[in-house]
Structure formats: C-alpha cells, structure tokens
Design a protein around this ligand. Sequence first.
Ligand code: NAD
Length: 328
Amino acid sequence: MRAFAKNRPHPEEPPQAASRRRGRSTAVRGETMTIAFIGLGNMGGPMAANLVKAGHRVLGFDFSNAALDKARQAGVDIAPSSAEAAAQADVIITMLPTGRHLLAALEAEDGLLRAAKKGALLIDCSTVDMESARTAHTLAGQRHLKSVDAPVSGGVGGAVSATLTFMVGGADDAVALAQPILEAMGKKIVHCGGAGAGQAAKICNNMILGISMIGVSEAFILGEKLGLTHQALFDVASTASGQCWSLTSYCPVPGPVPTSPANRDYAPGFAAPLMLKDLNLSQSAATNSGAHTPLGRRAAEIFDAFVNHGGAEKDFSGIIEFLRAAEG
Ligand code: NAD
C-alpha cells in the first residue's frame, strides 16, 4: 500500500486541495492516505468529510450532482468517474444503497475492480445482503485486493459527528489496515469475524431493532388503553426489564425523549423503508441459513404494510401511528 506522510501534499494533488489541507486538522493517527469514496449520499457525504478533516486526500464520486456539490464544499476532490478515483487510491470505500449497487460498481467494465491498484484495500460500508458481501470479498481477492465489509450503526447523526459503530468482517491483516481509516469516521470498531461477518452482525442487530420498536409501540398503545400516561410508562420501563434502545433513545411517543423523531412528526431519522430493507435482509439470510425467526418475519410484514400505506417518508418509529390506526 502506498502511503503519504502526514501533512505532505500528494504529488498529484491540485493546488486548491493543498491550500484547503493547510487550514484543516491533520491525521493524528498513522499515515495520510489517498482514499476513493464512492457513494456520497446521506451517510457517505459526511463520512467522506470526516476523512478530509482527518487529513486524508479523498477522491469522491457519485451519480448525484447535489451529492457531489456538498462533498466538494466539504473538501472532497471530485473525480470524473469511480474508476478514475479508484485508480489513484490506496483505499477504496463504497457507501451504496444495496448489494446490487455494490456489485455493479465493482464489476462494471469501467468499474472499481479493474481500475484498482494491486494491493489496495476495499472497504464496503453499505448495508447489503450476505451473498453480495461474500461475493464482493471473492471478487476483490481475485484481483489481489484486500477487503473488509464494514457496515455501520449510528445513522446520519453518527456519520456527521464521526461516532459511528463499525461492524467489520475480513482477514486480520485487512482489518488492521482498515482500523485507522474507520477510526476517523467512528468511535467503535468491532472485528466480528471473517468475510461477511460485519454484515451478519448488522443484519442481526437491526432485526432486534425492528422487533423491539414494534414491541415498545404496542406497549405504549396498550398503556394508553389502560389509562397510563406516556411518561409514567416510560419512567417505569426505561429503568425496568422493558428497557431497550427503542424506548430510551428513540421513544416512539413525543415527550419522554426530546430528541426522538416522535417530537418532529416522525421525520427521519432512520427512514421506515431502510428498516424494511434491513428486515428483508434478515429474512433472506434466515431462509438461506435455515434459522427460525418468526418475530423477525412478522416485523418485516408489519413494516412492509407500514411503508406501503403512508409510511414511506416517515421515520421507522412512526410504526406506532400505523399500529394505532389498525386498531379494531
Ligand atoms: P443514499 O441513498 O443517501 O446514498 C447512496 C448514494 O449512492 C446516492 O447518492 C447514489 O447516487 C449513490 N450511488 C449509487 N450507485 C452508485 C455508483 N455506482 N457510483 C457512485 N454512486 C452511486 O443512502 P445512505 O442513507 O447514504 O445509505 C447508504 C448505505 O448505508 C445503505 O446501504 C444504508 O442501508 C446504509 N445505512 C444507512 C443509514 C441511514 O441512517 N441513512 C444508517 C446505517 C446504514
């Protein structure tokens, strides 16, 4: 892997990037890298911005002009194509919607795999299905690239504040190389196992999240029927055995947790279609592996109905309104 000393301009670095670099904080850990960042959307945009803040040279690409404009303002150097970004990079990060997008970006005739330098490190931070994650590792290995799957938890807020949790799968040497890069974007990095283990952890975690949000919502609806105030139920359950993140950090009724989307008419946050996507990933993984997950399946069905009946633009905690409306 080619690396550049802290603060030293890259030989191919345009002068405006060098002057931007002088005004920003530099990498405090390890080397400064040239990083290709593919997919500069809600998550990828702020993650790329944090790599710039850490002193790395970031070459970004996205199909969306709006995403490119924002990234440019954050100090990302925009490449004409993902291949041209990858061709110069020590590290290639992808943050794309689905496994289909990931494999397309990797395998296209003018895609990342053909363009990447031998020995470069591929870090996929997207949330994708297990098969796509494993395929990405295999394809990378065939091109003599190191690879990790490193999906995230923490949402857009965590991406902006560089406090994401990364769930990482891959060989020890690849994970060790990825570690300082991930630390510039997150606060917790867990090596979950070999290829695909990061995606496995992400899928399992979000199955808990989808099920628990439905459980908490049902408890508030029942409490309303029984004459309990939201605050009373919250005060008990948040310190009793019903305690969970869906209740204490993301409470689906307005009031008890002022930062939760319930206080903003369920504006996302973590949009319901993304929750549905992750629950569907868990169900396809359960089917393929023979795991029996009846509550996961039911949660996927309930979120599917929510998304297709008015919930597509809502935060996933808006499921409580859908469940209330279904009463009787
Ligand atoms: P997003 O739709 O905002 O961004 C994805 C970007 O990828 C878009 O700008 C799109 O134009 C771009 N893109 C698609 N194909 C491309 C290609 N071949 N080359 C270049 N750009 C391409 O999505 P997001 O919210 O940033 O989520 C990204 C991933 O992170 C998803 O897998 C999502 O499930 C996961 N995730 C999201 C959140 C969240 O709160 N938004 C939280 C955790 C994980």
